[in-house]
Ligand binder design. Structure first.
Ligand code: ADP
Length: 499
């Protein structure tokens, strides 16, 4: 403000100084002009001279004075405009300071508060009239005062002229300690004399709380990280232990596996030896049994001198048992051929109608209580199979149908074409098979226990051999049955390509 006034004064004095010269110069010019003209227009009459003098002094003098005064007044007006602009600017800055949320205050060189804005009122709770004239120490907590904070601030300001964003604490009227950031500047006049201080105090409670929260969070993170590390190392130790025991278990397993492998090899070897042995024994038995069969047949044909019914019965028993033994030997030989991989199939075009009729014809003569029926479409195609083995399968199934319907009944053989196959079904009205047993009857040496079949002779090999023989020829064998309601065994064989 002082500076502005100074500027205005300087302008005004300059103007006056300038005008001095203009007036002197004007009067000087007028007087010189008048004297010159007076000499030149000497001849003029007194009236003309009066008019001339009036024109010269009154008009030109007034004009010069008017120009000078106009010029001065313009200069003064410009000065006033500048002063008004400055004062508006000052008011604007003062209003910013007054409405700032930060505390903006000033102090005299002794530290007495001289101005106090609205922000300061809000932060410290003191009204302007209460605090102006008080020492700044009123706002400093005791412990900081005792710690020499004021002296430290003074020294810093003395050194640099200011202190910026200094974080400390201040004391509000209600005794509350407020975390603040202080910016303080020394105010000096043109000669550099200390006139006081301006101070901006910002309430940084929220910032401090955020910092505290961050620190706490950081602490929690560090703790969590430590815990995770501990857990990790424990886990690693556990994993290591587990890995060791696993690797031990793996080694054990490997060893057991190797033992098993060698046991398996031995078993295979035993199996092979068993098959060979069985095959050898069966072969060896085949010749004597053939001889025995021949002998029995001969015996039956010889007229005994004193033939009696008992002898006849004994010969019949010998015949039946010898036939059973022959069948068993044949079955065992088939099994050993199958398991030893020595089965040789003779693939040919086979007429299943002929085979079925032959089997029925042969077995029909052996039974009394059973009747036979046969159905076959006229255009039944030929199949590709081994005729002997196919016949063996059909004999097995029809034989079973007779065996397992001890009360007699009908045995039905059906042939039908289905897709690329011919299906052969053998249906009886016998004892049937329970659901539980259905899945096991095709296993070797499996016979159904606890049923009537127990009293029916057999070795549990017929179905096993049949299944293997049919599958070896590209077919399938299936059973449908219900206990005491009869059974239906069906097998399929592929239709010959030529068909
Ligand atoms: P086997 O007749 O010599 O005992 P199979 O392998 O031919 O041996 O038959 C296995 C078992 O399947 C038989 O013991 C019997 O219990 C059962 N079974 C086979 N065919 C029939 C059938 N048609 N009706 C009822 N049960 C049967």
């Amino acid at each position: 403000m002082d500076r502005i006034k100074q500027v205005k004064h300087t302008t005004l004095s300059q103007s006056v100084r300038t005008i001095r010269w203009i007036i002197i110069l004007g009067i000087f010019t007028v007087v010189i002009g008048y004297q010159l003209l007076k000499e030149l227009v000497f001849e003029l009459d007194p009236m003309a001279r009066i008019i001339f003098s009036i024109f010269l002094y009154a008009c030109i003098g007034s004009l010069v004075t008017w120009i000078a005064l106009t010029w001065v007044s313009n200069r003064i007006a410009r000065g006033e405009q500048a002063e008004q602009a400055v004062s508006e600017n000052e008011k604007y800055i003062a209003s910013i300071a007054a409405s700032s949320a930060d505390a903006i205050l000033s102090m005299d060189p002794d530290g007495k508060i001289t101005s106090w804005n609205k922000g300061a009122e809000l932060i410290f709770d003191y009204k302007e009239e209460e605090i102006v004239g008080q020492y700044i120490s009123t706002l400093i907590p005791d412990n900081l005062l005792r710690g020499g904070e004021l002296e430290k601030l003074a020294a810093e300001i003395h050194k640099n002229g200011y202190i910026r964003s200094f974080e400390t604490e201040r004391l509000a009227k209600n005794g509350r300690i407020i975390p603040v950031s202080v910016t303080q500047t020394a105010l000096t006049d043109n000669e550099g004399n200390l006139r006081g201080y301006s101070k901006i105090v910002r309430d940084i409670t929220e910032k401090k709380e955020a910092e505290k929260w961050m620190q706490e969070s950081f602490g929690r993170i560090v703790k969590a990280e430590r815990e995770i590390r501990e857990m990790n190392s424990k886990l690693e130790a556990k994993v290591k232990k587990r890995t060791q025991s696993l690797s031990k278990a793996y080694d054990d397993l490997k060893r057991i596996n190797e033992d098993l492998k060698s046991a398996n090899e031995k078993l295979k070897e035993f199996d092979r030896m068993k098959t060979e042995f069985v095959s050898m024994v069966s072969h060896s038995l085949r010749a004597p049994i053939t001889n025995i069969n021949g002998a029995i047949e001969l015996l039956g044909q010889i007229d005994m001198p004193c033939e009696n019914p008992e002898q006849k019965e004994l010969i019949e028993i010998m015949e039946t048992e010898s036939a059973r033994l022959t069948k068993l030997i044949q079955s065992i030989l088939s099994v050993s051929r199958l398991e030893g991989g020595k089965l040789k199939l003779k693939k040919e075009r086979v007429d299943l109608r002929q085979i079925s009729q032959k089997v029925i014809r042969n077995l029909e003569t052996t039974v009394e209580n059973h009747s036979f029926s046969f159905s076959c479409p006229d255009d039944l195609p030929l199949v590709t199979s081994d005729a002997n083995y196919t016949e063996e399968v059909l004999v097995n199934l029809v034989d079973n149908a007779i065996k397992y319907s001890p009360g007699g009944g009908e045995v039905r053989v059906e042939l039908a074409k289905k897709g690329d196959n011919v299906i052969v079904s053998v249906i009886d009205q016998g004892i049937g098979i329970s659901d539980k047993e259905m899945g096991r009857i095709f296993e070797s040496f499996h016979r159904v226990d606890g049923s009537d079949s127990g009293s029916i002779g057999g070795y549990g090999l017929g179905l096993y051999i049949s299944k293997r023989l049919i599958e070896a020829q590209g077919g399938k064998i299936e059973v449908e049955s219900a206990l005491n309601q009869g059974s239906k065994f069906s097998f399929s064989l592929p239709i010959s390509r030529d068909e």
